[in-house]
Design a protein around this ligand. Structure first.
Ligand code: ATP
Ligand code: MN
Length: 477
């Protein structure tokens, strides 16, 4: 007999049929009722054991966490709380689970405790829901780009260019750290290393994606990115997944339109395809909010927040406008901000971004035209000579969810900026070639996939939306 998934069985309208299923016991009560889960859905299916005809020995082994194989009859449930159940005719224990040792007891565990048991936490409702939503979101990302004429490119994970991430990169080397060869000057001789030069894990696939956009027109990357920044926040990981579209002949306006349309599209997809999981996560968040002081509570539920983003226009505001709003804001005048807004040109901190989104505009905001001095060398210089065509997409609860720009397509201006920022032009010879041969206006952005999953699931800590988080001092599993 074919093994059915719990999701299939719960949707089936044919009862009185023989079924076979496999899964893990969530709970077993009254020596009769197994709540069985196989990961195919949030919901368990109730399997009713005929305890009079089942060996005492077997009944004892039906414990939380054990894996079992069941055959029986799918029938309308007699009890409350479910419409269908399985009347068990035979049950085999596939793998025991010692109830005195199994960490995932059927009770509420703290997220911190579950993080320490990241290999088992996906067996809880919360984490299985989060990971199913994550999977659907990642499919939605590919679906959006594929249906809109983008080509998926895989940019390298080991990179030889450190133009972007100076100081924040993880070194890749095959040297024995105690016996690395040195030059006559006493410095480590990377010429003798595996790649014959210093190499690192990538912080972004953008520069390489640009080369592909200048031939394929519309491209996107979706892959792992690494940052050795020592920021222990709820929004930063050392290893995260980034989505980076890059489009030829598209300016900053088009880039803002693309980011907004993309984000709305993938969130709509999960609203449509993850109804049960999102309903559960919505409840979970509402419960969690109740334990917070009134002033810190959000006035919207998770589903309301997602709908709000999908149904409303993102507010587009220049850095200069935002700067004025912030400088004249109450928290700035009352010195409530940790970093006070005084001089035009200052970088905005997360507290400022969140003030703009959550207090002032109360909707997602796209800030654009930032001071050139706080942004990367490749962003296109505006005619004012002071600002660049950069944009950041800011979200409630998250802060920056995406950052991008129109790229500098003029060779002379780009060379000038590279020099001014003290970067060695020779390192970027191939990047400069794009401006020598058929240069064109082009733009793109980078969106942190985990921040998107955080928003869609309402999880407060980014460590809880990736299976095995990598953060400072932590690479277990
Ligand atoms: P932030 O200011 O939040 O640290 P950033 O300006 O350094 O971000 P970018 O270099 O613009 O980030 O990267 C593009 C996107 O990648 C960001 O908008 C964010 O969504 C995501 N991102 C950046 N750093 C991290 C990180 N350490 N962990 C998870 N996501 C990240
Ligand atoms: Mn950024």
């Amino acid at each position: 007999m074919k093994t059915s998934s719990v999701a299939e069985l719960l949707q089936s309208d044919v009862t009185l049929q023989q079924v076979s299923l496999k899964g893990w016991v969530r709970t077993f009560r009254s020596n009769r009722f197994i709540a069985l889960n196989d990961g195919s859905t949030l919901h368990n299916i109730q399997c009713v054991v005929d305890f009079e005809n089942t060996k005492e020995e077997t009944l004892k082994r039906i414990t939380t966490g054990a894996s079992v194989s069941i055959t029986g009859t799918l029938v309308e449930s007699q009890g409350k709380g479910q419409s269908l159940e399985v009347q068990v005719s035979s049950l085999e224990i596939l793998g025991d689970s010692n109830p005195d040792e199994y960490p995932i007891q059927p009770k509420k565990h703290s997220l911190e405790f579950l993080r320490e048991n990241a290999h088992l936490r996906v067996r809880t409702n919360t984490f299985s829901a989060v990971m199913r939503v994550r999977s659907k979101l990642s499919f939605a990302v590919h679906k959006y780009f594929q249906e809109n004429g983008f080509n998926y490119v895989n940019t390298p994970i080991v990179t030889g260019s450190d133009a972007e991430g100076a100081g924040e990169m993880f070194r890749v080397s095959t040297f024995d750290p105690n016996k690395a060869p040195v030059t006559e000057e006493g410095e480590i001789d990377y010429k003798q290393d595996f790649f014959g030069k210093e190499t690192n894990l990538t912080v972004s696939g953008q520069l390489e994606a640009e080369t592909y956009a200048m031939a394929l027109g519309k491209v996107y990357t979706f892959g792992p990115t690494f940052r050795a920044e020592n920021s222990n926040t709820t929004r930063h990981l050392a290893e995260f997944w980034m989505i980076e579209p890059e489009v030829a002949f598209m300016d900053l306006e088009g880039n803002m339109d693309l980011s907004e349309d993309f984000i709305k599209s993938v969130l709509s997809y999960v609203l449509e395809h993850c109804k049960d999981d999102l309903a559960f996560l919505d409840q979970r968040l509402t419960q969690e909010e109740k334990s917070k002081p009134q002033a810190q509570r959000s006035d919207m539920s998770l589903l309301e927040k997602i709908h709000f983003v999908v149904d409303n226009n993102f507010k587009r505001v220049s850095y200069t406008e935002a700067f004025d709003i912030l400088r004249n804001s109450k928290p700035n005048k009352k010195k409530k901000f940790q970093y006070l807004i005084q001089e035009w040109g200052a970088d905005l901190q997360s507290e400022h971004e969140r003030y703009l989104v959550e207090k002032h505009f109360k909707c997602p905001v796209i800030l654009f035209d930032y001071p050139a001095t706080i942004k990367a060398f490749y962003m296109r210089l505006n005619d004012d000579g002071k600002t660049v065509r950069a944009m950041d997409v800011l979200f409630p609860g998250i802060g920056e969810i995406a950052g991008g720009s129109q790229r500098e397509e003029r060779l002379d201006v780009l060379q000038e900026k590279i020099k001014a920022m003290g970067i060695d032009e020779k390192e970027l010879w191939w990047y400069l070639d794009l401006r020598k041969y058929g240069t064109a206006v082009h733009s793109g952005f980078g969106l942190g996939f985990e921040r998107l999953v955080q928003f869609a699931t309402g999880m407060g800590n980014i460590r809880d939306v990736i299976p095995f988080p990598r953060t400072p001092q932590n690479a277990e599993f």
